[in-house]
Design a protein around this ligand. Structure first.
Ligand SMILES: Nc1ncnc2c1ncn2[C@@H]1O[C@H](COP(=O)(O)OP(=O)(O)O)[C@@H](O)[C@H]1O
Ligand SMILES: [Mg+2]
Length: 353
């Protein structure tokens, strides 16, 4: 981590919310000691995946400088976000880190033409002085997502399809020429048949525009397809992270395995498939409140220690995994846990990627 130039450093970020009396202390760690970094020289797509209620959006808000972490820090291009106070600096940060949100109809008011947002973005971030000068810039951004100014001219959001409007969201994010795009569930409201065409845009941006992308999703299928590295989040905690072909190709953490097995089949087209069978609410509160592994209550391999002490993050087979199954000590103290097969012991890692 030292020495190399970093685009983004997320350093032991924790966000604590007050939630009343359900959890000991009335605090919920929506993001719990999360660390990762993105290289400045090598653009990549970094996925953050997990069920709903895992802290993904809270993490996104911290990365967008919309929320101060309770602990830890975020450094973007060498600058600690907590030092950004002046409006000019905030604008410069916003220019470089652009969001794409889940619901395009929240980004675009139904009462305004979509082109107005695009022109405004170009003018606001200093790429053009007026609409006339902005037109070629807007048209170019739309071309990058397979549309044109001609096609969206005079249109209101509801006159575009879900796939088209989300493409326009991506085009809007491109206008300021960002270095990082932070996309929070950008395709969960898009028809399954169109999802690939949207996520493929991120691949294209990485390869052609050298833009890095933090892709937040509960959809492992698209994450597997487009991302280079992935972090699996459960109740605020990163339980497994590393190159996507390792983490999803051969998951080690029991939670990653569960998620992978519940990837919806292509025939099922409705959204939010695998968020459904899990009974959020009561379970969410309980899992956030656990002192040991957050997955202990659902894990088929659970051991006594998992219920009482937070597992260490271990380096195993080319990824980081936060699970006692892979630790020497735990495995020795509970030999029966090794009977379940392909477990190997790992070395303590810093938990960073
Ligand atoms: N402002 C807030 N105040 C209190 N709790 C919050 C707040 N924002 C989110 N949470 C809680 O934090 C947890 C993680 O939420 P969120 O980050 O939205 O997860 P995800 O995006 O993975 O669905 C949830 O239990 C949610 O209820
Ligand atoms: Mg969310």
């Amino acid at each position: 981590m030292n020495g190399e130039k970093k685009l983004l450093q997320v350093d032991r970020v924790t966000v604590s919310f007050h939630v009343g009396g359900f959890i000991a202390g009335g605090r919920l760690l929506a993001v719990n000691n999360v660390s990762f970094s993105l290289d400045a020289e090598r653009p990549e797509i970094f996925a953050v995946a997990g069920e709903s209620g895992s802290g993904k959006t809270t993490l996104a808000r911290v990365l967008l400088h919309d929320l101060e972490p309770t602990q830890g820090r975020v450094v973007f291009e060498g600058r600690d976000l907590s030092t950004i106070k002046r409006r000019r600096d905030a604008m410069e940060f916003m220019r470089k880190v652009q969001p794409v949100f889940q619901n395009p109809f929240e980004t675009f008011s139904p009462l305004r033409r979509v082109e107005d947002y695009l022109f405004e973005t170009a003018i606001q971030f200093g790429r053009a002085k007026n609409r006339r000068a902005a037109a070629p810039i807007v048209d170019e951004a739309l071309h990058q997502v397979g549309l044109s100014l001609e096609e969206v001219r005079q249109r209101y959001p509801h006159e575009l399809s879900g796939g088209q409007i989300q493409r326009v969201s991506v085009a809007r994010a491109l206008i300021p020429q960002p270095h990082l795009i932070l996309a929070d569930e950008p395709v969960s409201m898009v028809d399954a048949s169109l999802r690939m065409s949207i996520v493929n845009l991120f691949k294209k941006l990485r390869d052609e525009q050298k833009v890095s992308v933090v892709y937040i999703t509960h959809d492992l299928a698209t994450a597997y397809y487009i991302s280079d590295r992935i972090a699996i989040m459960l109740r605020g905690v990163v339980v497994e992270s590393g190159p996507v072909e390792k983490v999803l190709g051969n998951p080690l953490h029991p939670y990653t395995k569960l998620l992978q097995e519940s990837v919806p089949k292509p025939v099922v087209t409705e959204r939010e498939q695998w968020a459904r069978p899990i009974n959020l609410g009561a379970m969410e509160v309980k899992e956030y409140g656990r002192v040991g592994c957050k997955f202990a209550g659902r894990c088929p391999h659970v051991m006594e220690i998992c219920k009482h002490a937070e597992p260490p993050t271990l380096e195993v087979e080319g990824r980081a995994v936060k699970c006692y199954l892979y630790g020497e000590d735990a495995a020795q103290s509970n030999p029966s846990s090794r009977s379940s097969g392909n477990l190997s012991s790992g070395n303590l890692s810093s938990g960073k990627l």
